[in-house]
Design a binder for this molecule. Sequence first.
Ligand code: SF4
Length: 280
Amino acid sequence: MPVSNAVDRETPADTDGESAGEGLPINELFYSLQGEGILAGVPSVFVRTSGCNLRCWFCDSYHTSWEPTHAWMELDAILDEIESHDADHVVLTGGEPLLHDASVSLLEALDERGYHTTVETNGTIHRDAPIDLASISPKLASSTPTPERDPRNEMPADSQNGERQSRGAANQDDGEWEDRHEANRIDMAALAALVEAFEFQLKFVVTDADDMPEILDLLADLREAADVPIRDDDVLLMPEGATRDRLAETRTRVADLAMEYGFRYTPRLHVDLWNDAPET
Ligand code: SF4
């Protein structure tokens, strides 16, 4: 069901993620192939919640973070929609899905129904929930928005004329999100709790070799903090880029970095297949 068709674009979601009742702010709910990570290529139903506690400049789900929009859906309606697809895998993503209390209820209901669940999280929140795979994507310093890297200043290429367009001037926050993002993007206690509680993959969005020292430092800190081993095989390097053109610039050098450091490379199959189309 193309939930996003029904989204009230005039009604922003609560960006702090507070929500009441057994329902969730849903930005998209769709059936596709998992594009990233160790389950790349697996048919899955994607439940994309709205609202995020971070603001990566390159966010590929702009309407869950910078300009959150959603349709409010009761859990029963979400489950009905999931069950209408012939899939064994459900991916709960965002935004940051673990912001929402009701995400736990949804995961419990999916567990009761026998689904394999992946939760795609930025790693800043741990919840006690039945999660089969925690796909944890800690955000590096290179994700922090700056006045020069502010996605509110541009819109994606217009499908008619291919030109990028201004989003308008309502985008000045005097660096508030730059500071909040930088202060909150890494929570070592939450990261340790997540890797201890669940099967996991650590997925880093990499732009170039300048990101590697921070990844190595973060891994060293996490290996110190967590009571479970973190193998190099658990670490995935994913090229930054939400469009085919951008991925063409980043993927080869990220693949080379994966080989150099002994980590996994993960593609972004959905971008290869469908570029930046919604509901993919
Ligand atoms: S953490 Fe994820 S959803 Fe949130 S702003 Fe960053 S890329 Fe977007």
